[in-house]
Design a protein around this ligand. Sequence first.
Ligand code: T46
Length: 142
Amino acid sequence: MKLSENTSVSHVKIIDLPVVTDARGDLTFLEGERHVPFPIRRVYYLYNVPVDAERGGHAHRELEQVIFALSGSFRITVDDGDEKAEYWLRNPRKGLYINRLIWREMDSFSQGAVCMVLASLPYEEADYLRDYDEFLKSARGM
Ligand code: T46
């Protein structure tokens, strides 16, 4: 299985947000259905993450998300069942859009990293695929 940065794992892409810069600093903004391709139903964030922590390790049946590093950096490995790709998030202007049925793993958090996630649906444990073989069956339509 191939593993490289920014390759063709389907339904994953970097979203570039606008920035307004002046002498007071940078301001970035986003609107649901304009800058991200869904109405935003939930926001959550990860912080105080130990540098050796591994998060994720699941896919979602229906949920779409956009993931940002608001501060610091971390790695996300995505897998559509055929191909894997890895992304390093470190720029608060660049989010990673992840569609449904994509396995994701997150690690290599820098000290003090803050990860913000915009989600298309409220939290629902039944939406998670936490078993990799079960994910593969769903991703391959079996
Ligand atoms: C994802 C990655 C990037 C809630 O009660 N409400 C919520 O909105 C969320 C996101 C989580 N939780 C509970 C469920 C678990 O008992 O928080 C606990 C930790 O969640 P989890 O182990 O799923 O955390 P991560 O960091 O592995 O995954 C999270 C999201 O769950 C997931 O959708 O894609 O961040």
